[in-house]
Write a protein that binds this ligand. Structure first.
Ligand code: PMP
Length: 430
């Protein structure tokens, strides 16, 4: 019998692997897994994180939206309205076009224009969350051995999406003055094709940090010099609690290149963090040429995203988008503030952590020899609190003294108790 087990990861539940009920592998033949899946394995840390599901656990691990402000009533009303109208229902329950619902794409194009990205409906493709967009972009742009530049640390889900294409990862070093350099992945070798740069410029997963305009321009310059595509993955962008929004890299590039059809930037957006992740609606905004190729991949992958979910999302976007952003930001701002006000009491002296202006994460560098994978084991097993060890977000085993805390799911009281538990776990290991 094959049992699939699920763990909380990032904002989502990821299938961590499979186990068989018998002692042997349970299959009478040798599975011939494709070469591209060689490097794709369940990680030790993911195994550890299964513990998060235990009752009484306070989890700072997953970047999971707070369900208390899910617009459940409005979603119910939207499904009802669609299903009660026979014309709407027959469209919403039917196969639909691969590019996505035209009215939703049009709403998204307007939303992107409000950020300075001059685009139209044909520059938008609807995907099943932005995670699907990352997978498609990996398929479209990465051949085995190609160079892919990522920050260190970076979003684990992007590594998972790209790794089956077997890239060589290089690390992006971004300085405050806007100079950007690449390290690793044989950066000077001309035998390696420069494929793409991947960044999460707003309230990054895992650090919570936001790139300044100078830094964004530096990335665009590097990409132009090396002829690379830039993936701007920005699902947290609307969750800004403080400060002024930065212009998207895509807006800056469109300004310099003369239009979106000449731009090297592909923007991935999502409704998961503002509304609900469960409807799985995200999008890509890019040149017509790239959208048409991604559409072919979409067709071969799942034909289209569920039409009914797109119609529901359109209804939510048209009616409550702004108020939902305000609700999410005010809830998360309070939680971030509680975490930031207490974190200093529990971390070893001289530890450092980020002070995000938005998003879901705080990134901590411990001033101690403690390996955060071991700390997770002790913290979860003996103290009932979980987080993600830093190593999960690196391609090269770094980050052993780092950890990611998400403040979005627990209540403010739970944040306080959870931090106290974490402090005790750190003391127990010191
Ligand atoms: N990009 C980043 C940086 C993320 O943190 C996430 C969610 N963890 C995603 C993409 C995927 O989000 P979704 O598929 O729900 O849009």
């Amino acid at each position: 019998m094959v049992i699939f087990y699920w763990i909380s990861w990032g904002n989502s539940m990821i299938n961590a692997g499979s186990i068989t009920g018998s002692k042997s592998s349970g299959v009478p033949w040798k599975p011939c897994y494709a070469e591209r899946m060689r490097g794709v394995q369940a990680s030790e840390i993911r195994e550890l994180l299964k513990i998060v599901e235990q009752p009484g656990m306070i989890s700072f691990a997953g970047g999971i939206p707070d369900p208390t402000f899910f617009p459940t009533e409005q979603i119910k009303a939207a499904y009802n309205a669609i299903l009660s109208d026979s014309t709407e229902a027959s469209k919403a329950l039917q196969y639909s076009v691969s590019e996505g619902d035209a009215e939703l794409r049009s709403w998204i194009a307007g939303h992107m224009r409000s950020k300075g990205i001059l685009c139209d409906v044909e520059h938008i493709l609807i995907t099943n969350g932005s995670q699907q967009a990352l997978e498609f972009l990996g398929k479209l742009f990465i051949s085995p051995g190609d160079r892919v530049a990522v920050t260190a640390p970076t979003y684990l889900g992007a590594l998972q999406a790209f790794s089956p294409s077997q890239p060589e990862y290089a690390t992006l070093h971004i300085s405050e003055d806007g100079s950007v350099a690449l390290e690793g992945g044989d950066t000077d070798s001309e035998d390696i094709h420069d494929a793409l740069v991947y960044v999460v410029p707003d309230f990054a997963n895992p650090t919570g940090e936001t790139l300044s305009e100078v830094e964004r321009r530096g990335i665009l310059e590097l990409a132009a010099e090396r002829g690379m595509l830039v993936i701007e993955d920005s699902p947290y962008e609307m969750l800004r609690f403080d400060g002024i929004p930065e212009l998207p890299l895509q807006a800056l590039d469109i300004d310099g290149s003369g239009g979106i059809d000449a731009s090297r930037v592909v923007y991935c957006g999502s409704f998961s963090k503002v509304f609900v992740p469960g409807l799985r609606v995200g999008w890509v905004c890019a040149s017509r040429e790239i959208i048409s190729r991604l559409t072919l991949i979409k067709q071969s992958s799942d034909l289209s995203s569920p039409a009914i979910n797109q119609r529901v999302m359109l209804h939510l976007a048209r009616t409550i988008y702004d108020e939902q952003v305000v609700r999410a930001c005010s809830t998360y701002r309070k939680k971030r503030d509680v975490m930031l006000s207490l974190i200093g009491e529990v971390m070893p002296a001289d530890s450092r952590w980020t002070h995000p202006d938005g998003g879901m994460f705080i990134w901590v560098k411990l001033a101690s020899e403690i390996d955060t994978r071991e700390l997770l084991e002790v913290a979860a097993r003996d103290f009932g609190v979980a987080f993600v060890p830093g190593q999960a977000f690196y391609v090269n085993n770094k980050g052993r003294d780092m950890l990611r805390l998400s403040y979005t799911l627990p209540s403010t009281d739970e944040i306080e108790i959870g931090l106290q538990r974490l402090g005790k776990a750190i003391l127990a290991m010191s």
